[in-house]
Design a protein around this ligand. Structure first.
Ligand code: GLN
Length: 556
């Protein structure tokens, strides 16, 4: 498709309130265009001053998504990668912090000698440079640019101004604005209200941006009259008022948009040839999400369970893995800090078919996680430990199987007699916090005849990392002698990448984050096999319960 032609740009903005789903919308638009054979990428502009979300609490920001190149970025990049199935790079996420950092560094170098450095033109020029820079490595047909926040936010203004200028310079037919807005339903009067949308379009127009397409988030279907009214007052064509109704699964959103003609409308407005989309794979996927044959309950025991966005990619990985097992994965959230404190732990664990301990930082809830792992190991409940989850599993094994009382990670106890998890050598010299962990893609060799090798079906893997601590190699002889198997190793750095227990049906830990690479129709093998193991545990549990019930009734 690409032939040195003009790249087209789509700006996705949001109005009325935040949290309407601009990320999923941008990803869905990307899906519709890719399914028409166009080469697409998506970038996110975040108006906060942090360089990246790596130093923010998950409660502030949700999950930190990590890219192949080690960029720590917004969780929307996760939606983009999952939907359009392309690796993104650091060029795909710009923050106010990155923009100012660059401009101020240039000013100090003397690049602007003689000038007063200002928001307009210096900051907006740097934003425009970044809008186009994503195209430097690959020439895309279409670049989708999502502007974070809501129109009218003070901190977002330079991004909107840059988008306005960019559009003016690119010219008609090369650039368009899709505005995501809210059309609330007022139950007491039974009416749908269009005024908030009119106001948000007014704010957009004040900035000099005329929307081309309005995506209206709504809980009710929009009548023809409502569509016409929005079109008339907001200055868009009636067929460009698209209903964005609440969907049973986010993966259905591209289909809902396309049924209303969004894909063709965009290619028309961008003066691109009309292609028929290939949506069969997505339709089949959605069908399977909506009609599972089985169900399993998997517990996620972590520290940020109040905010499910903190584990976004894990939750989505379970959807992908569930589809490949025709199984609905019901997630049961366990607050790690409370676990084991109220005497309910065994009962709770009896109700689940699998336990996942996700990544995390700091010592809050650690003892609860270790206790949950002990029960899963002893009761042979499928267990999957990710990053901190692997580290907790090693601590548990060291304490309860190897008899190393007080074993711990030096992250939680500097004076532990058995530092089975310790800071990497190169980390000991680092004192700054932003972007200084072991980040991004690293390859690893899978151990011959290990469960890990069976799961992946290959010898070498590459997975994404985000951590400072590692399994301490000094303790490997004692751990492996007691039955722990090393499933994968990074030979270059001599680091443990995976662990497993051969005497357990499914007990796997990985130092990396597999959830960052699961995609629609391509579930990550570790999640796929974990759900399969949970399903088989579920079936065994049910048939044992049935047998016991039958025996009991015979005795009656
Ligand atoms: N806190 C641990 C470390 O830094 C684990 C990090 C994680 O789970 N992502 O190594």
């Amino acid at each position: 498709m690409t032939s040195g032609k003009q790249t087209k740009y789509i700006f996705v903005t949001g109005g009325v309130i935040s949290g309407l789903g601009k990320g999923i919308t941008s990803a869905s638009i990307g899906y519709l265009l890719k399914s028409r054979g166009y080469k697409v990428t998506i970038q996110k502009f975040d108006p906060y001053i942090n360089i990246d979300p790596g130093t923010m609490s998950p409660y502030q920001h949700g999950e930190v998504f990590v890219l192949e190149d080690g960029t720590e970025c917004d969780l929307d990049l996760g939606h983009y990668e999952r939907f359009i199935d392309e690796h993104m790079s650091g060029l795909n996420n710009t923050t106010t912090g990155k923009v100012y950092y660059e401009v101020i560094s240039r000013e100090r170098r003397g690049d602007y000698l003689g000038a007063t450095v200002q928001v307009i033109p210096h900051i907006t020029d740097e934003i425009k440079r970044r809008i186009a820079a994503v195209n430097a490595e690959h020439q895309y047909d279409i670049v989708i640019c999502e502007i974070g926040g809501t129109v009218g936010d003070i901190e977002g203004l330079p991004f909107f101004e840059a988008a306005r200028q960019f559009r003016f310079e690119a010219g008609r037919g090369n650039c368009l604005n899709v505005h995501l807005t809210l059309v609330p339903f007022i139950p007491s009067s039974g009416e749908i209200k269009t005024k908030p949308t009119q106001h948000s379009v007014m704010t957009l127009r004040e900035i000099g941006i005329l929307p081309d397409i309005l995506l209206c988030r709504t809980t009710q279907h929009l009548t023809e009259d409502v569509r016409k009214k929005i079109a008339l007052f907001c200055n868009v064509a009636p067929n460009a008022v698209i209903e964005a109704i609440d969907a049973p699964t986010i993966y259905e959103i591209p289909l809902i948009y396309d049924q209303q003609g969004l894909g063709n409308l965009i290619t028309d407005l961008l003066e691109l040839p009309k292609h028929k989309p290939d949506l069969k794979q997505l339709e089949a996927f959605v069908e399977r999400v909506k009609n599972p044959k089985n169900s399993v309950r998997i517990a996620i025991c972590g520290k940020y369970t109040q905010l499910h966005d903190a584990y976004k990619s894990i939750v989505e990985s379970f959807v992908h893995a569930g589809v490949e097992n025709d199984t609905h994965v019901e997630i049961s959230w366990i607050e790690a800090e409370q676990f084991g404190k109220n005497g309910e732990s065994e009962k709770l664990v009896n109700q689940i078919d699998g336990l996942l301990i996700p990544g995390g930082f700091g010592d809050r809830g650690i003892e609860g996680k270790i206790e949950a792992i002990r029960i899963a190991r002893e009761k042979k409940i499928p267990f999957f430990g990710i990053c901190l989850g692997l580290q907790c599993a090693v601590i548990e094994y060291a304490r309860n199987v190897c008899g190393l009382t007080g074993a711990n990670s030096t992250e939680f106890d500097q004076d532990t007699p058995y530092p089975v998890i310790d800071l990497m050598e190169e980390q000991k010299r680092i004192s700054t916090k932003g972007g200084t962990m072991r980040l991004g893609a690293y390859s690893a060799e899978l151990t011959e005849k290990s469960q890990a090798q069976k799961i992946y079906g290959k010898k070498q893997i590459s997975e994404r990392h985000r951590h400072r601590f590692e399994v301490n190699n000094q303790f490997l002889p004692i751990l492996t002698k007691a039955g722990l198997r090393i499933g994968a190793i990074n030979n270059d750095l001599n680091l443990v990448e995976m662990i497993e227990l051969p005497q357990h049906p499914w007990f796997v830990g990985c130092q990396f984050h597999p959830e960052l690479k699961s995609r629609i129709g391509k579930a990550h093998p570790l999640f796929r096999e974990f759900v399969k193991a949970a399903l088989s545990y579920h079936h065994t549990k049910s048939s044992t319960a049935e047998r016991t019930a039958n025996n009991d009734s015979r005795q009656d």
